[in-house]
Design a protein around this ligand. Structure first.
Ligand SMILES: [Zn+2]
Length: 321
């Protein structure tokens, strides 16, 4: 606990020092009062990751996209997800504060830009690992359903680009052994068609990626293999299979419990079955979403933008006989 606090202060202290250095470059005495109050225009953006210690050898990093996790093994660091472009180096710096060991392995939970674009900032000695569909989807660069209609400029397009996973798996893959063991599981289509669940058995922790993003209606990216109709059974399979865990690292939210995962599976199942009932009743997808709210035990969950959800509801309609 003391170490966590110290790290927090360290990160904040670094940010303050950077801000002060920027301010020192200006000449406040010569400036009119209005511009003294404004932040210096030349200040660079500060990509500072926030560090949360789960164990002495397991850390979660927040900021700049999805939640990353670093597992420090005897042989080196296994990193899960690399955040947005420009956040790979800050991750490298933050991990360097925790251990002198090299980053040997990067696992990408899925192909979305806010989990993989930092890959290109890591050295070519790193082994990149992902589900076989994620490898393909990273190459295809399809826009995220409901968020964009055009593909982003891919950091993996250039001839020398580094960071497309070369090691892939279909159902399960085990890395390392004993206390250093990492298990990758694929339970089926949900958020995308290649969502890896990354289990640290010795620590009873799993990283769920965006299959369990937070207490919210998920993004269901049918452009990249995601499926609303399959989502509930995939979450149920994950919840039923990964029983030996106490903590679940979510894609974008706080660390949660196994009970939260099982609740989330029921929440998503409810959303999908409500959509299917609305279709059967002849309600349009837009009208269904306009009248739907998380309720009962899920009242605290976030609904998200109606326009985006109507797209996902329509996908569920189209996939339901
Ligand atoms: Zn995602």
């Amino acid at each position: 606990m003391k170490r966590e606090i110290a790290l927090g202060v360290l990160v904040v202290g670094g940010a303050v020092m950077m801000a002060c250095a920027g301010a020192g470059d200006s000449e406040p005495m010569a400036e009119p009062a209005e511009s003294q109050a404004a932040p210096p225009a030349e200040a660079p953006p500060e990509n500072v990751v926030e560090v949360e210690r789960l164990e002495d050898n397991l850390f979660v990093f927040r900021g700049g996209g999805g939640n990353s996790a670093a597992f420090i093994t005897d042989n080196g660091v296994v990193l899960v997800d690399t955040k947005l472009a420009g956040w790979g180096q800050p991750l490298i710096d933050a991990i360097g504060e925790l251990t002198p060991k090299p980053i040997t392995t990067i696992i990408n939970t899925h192909a979305h830009f806010d989990h993989v674009d930092g890959n290109v900032e890591f050295p070519a000695t790193v082994e990149f690992v992902a589900h076989e569909n994620t490898q393909r989807l990273m190459r295809e660069n399809n826009p995220v359903r409901g968020l964009a209609t055009e593909p982003r400029p891919s950091p993996f397009d250039g001839p020398d680009a580094n960071g497309i996973p070369e090691r892939t798996f279909t159902d399960t893959l085990t890395l390392g052994s004993d206390a250093d063991r990492v298990e990758l599981h694929y339970f089926g289509r949900s958020h995308t068609g290649g969502d890896a669940w990354v289990l640290f058995p010795a620590l009873r922790v799993v990283h769920a990626g965006d299959a369990f993003p937070n207490k919210m209606v998920p993004i269901i990216d049918s452009n990249n293999g995601g499926s609303g109709v399959d989502y509930p059974q995939t979450l149920k399979k994950a919840s039923d299979t990964i029983t030996e865990v106490d903590r679940v690292i979510t894609g974008h939210g706080p660390v949660m419990t196994r009970q939260d995962l099982s609740d989330y599976a029921a929440f998503v199942a409810g959303f999908v079955s409500d959509a299917q009932a609305a279709k059967a009743a002849g309600t349009s997808a837009a009208d269904f979403i306009a009248g739907w709210e998380p309720s009962g035990p899920y009242a605290e969950y976030t609904k998200g933008p109606a326009e985006r959800l109507a797209v996902y509801a329509q996908d569920i309609y189209d996939a339901t006989p």
